[in-house]
Design a protein around this ligand. Structure first.
Ligand SMILES: *Cc1c(COP(=O)(O)O)cnc(C)c1O
Length: 383
């Protein structure tokens, strides 16, 4: 069943805040299908929907992905897991490290699978009753996860308790710089060594997984039983040397807001502030979007918006929910007009890549910075 989330028409979203993001669920579904077509059928795709589905709304994105075949998901926050369940999505939800045994009631109610990185964590979870776990290995990321040497100890410990069901073993490949030119392959070898040992003792978990976006696109040999990409599904290829070709479409189509004030400044306002871009008698616009909505707090030099198809500069300084624009290029602009901070159809376009670069971040950073209080408008999946 597809649950329609946030099914507000455009004008209603604009009424709520004057600002909204357009999210293309058909692009997300298409990206999933593209990946599905290049990954062997026996390899599960477990979409990673952390940070509220990379700012796109974990619930809506999960519903879209479930409608094209996704059967399990991974998130770091119980809030995201809750939203996915409330939208009616069944199947496994793996919690990456971040949730504590204190939230046990919720975890049982929502039927979530937790991550375990140490024998101590396992004991804490076990104390709350029967539990499904994934064991996480740290293959060189120096983050959460058991060192390769300790994974087998956790597997042995878990095997002693019928109340513990080890559903999987996973790792997230390190992106840290090292002196080894074969860092990815070294990590793969560490995982293989863990598995050899686990198999010898009869503890190999049913799902082994270590590839996110970069891994699944660059190292097909590392598929194992499942992959958990995130960025790829919103349309970001995070890989330099692709082994698999996929055509991806961005999930984010636009960031829109509105002109909430337009005026010709005059001398009765006193002297012109000593800020670049301000001048006497200028036509000043104020837009309903600020640094509290995800815009950079220091207005970047090249920052611009599209109004009536024309590019206008965004002026310093940024305010919590407002920004100023210079309307010299669009004297016909008026109160209530739509303002695009990203997107556009005509000759002028603010592409995701350009906006990310201007806002001093990368594309995933731009997505992760989409704020949850800005309403989202969804383009549905075309079945
Ligand atoms: C973030 C994350 C992913 C997804 O990474 P992408 O690069 O977005 O594909 C997968 N697994 C874990 C454990 C993660 O933290």
């Amino acid at each position: 069943m597809i649950v329609e989330l946030n099914p507000r028409p455009k004008h209603a979203a604009a009424e709520l805040r004057g600002a909204w993001c357009e999210i293309d669920l058909d692009a997300v579904a298409q990206n999933y299908r593209q990946l599905r077509s290049v990954v062997p059928e026996n390899v599960s795709i477990i979409p990673c929907l952390k940070r509220n589905g990379y700012g796109c709304g974990a619930a809506a994105v999960a519903v879209a992905l479930a409608s094209v075949g996704a059967k399990g998901f991974a998130v770091a926050s119980a809030l995201d897991a809750m939203a996915i369940r409330e939208a009616g999505v069944k199947g496994m939800i793996l919690l990456y490290p971040g949730v504590l045994p204190e939230s046990r009631d919720l975890i049982d109610k929502l039927d979530l699978t937790v991550t375990v990185s140490t024998v101590e964590e396992l004991a804490r979870w076990r104390a709350g009753g029967p539990i499904d776990v994934f064991i996480k290995a740290d293959l060189g990321f120096f983050r959460a996860g058991a060192s390769p040497r300790n994974v087998i100890k956790i597997l042995r410990e878990a095997a002693q308790f019928p109340s513990v069901c080890v559903k999987g073993l996973y790792a997230h490949m390190s992106e840290l710089p090292t002196d080894s030119p074969n860092s990815a392959r070294d990590q793969y070898r560490r995982m293989q060594a863990i598995l050899r040992e686990a198999e010898k003792e009869g503890f190999r978990p049913p799902i082994v997984m270590m590839s996110s976006t970069e891994g699944v696109l660059s190292y097909p040999e590392m598929d194992f039983d499942a992959v958990d990409p995130g960025a790829l599904l919103i349309g970001v290829k995070e890989s330099a040397h692709l082994k698999r070709t996929v055509q991806l479409r961005p999930a984010l189509r636009s960031i829109s807001t509105s002109l909430v004030s337009v005026k010709r400044v005059d001398q009765s306002m006193g002297p012109v502030p000593n800020v670049p871009g301000f001048y006497e008698n200028m036509l000043l616009g104020v837009i309903g979007f600020g640094w509290g909505d995800g815009f950079p707090r220091d207005v970047p030099l090249e920052a611009s918006a599209l109004i009536l198809g024309k590019r206008v500069p965004i002026l310093p300084l940024a305010h919590l929910e407002h920004l100023r624009v210079d309307l010299t290029q669009v004297p016909e602009a008026k109160f209530g007009d739509q303002v695009l901070l990203l997107g556009g159809n005509g000759k002028e376009r603010l592409s995701i890549e350009d906006v990310a670069a201007t806002w001093n971040t990368d594309v995933v950073g731009l997505y992760a910075n989409l704020r949850d209080h800005i309403p989202r408008l969804y383009t549905p999946v075309q079945q």
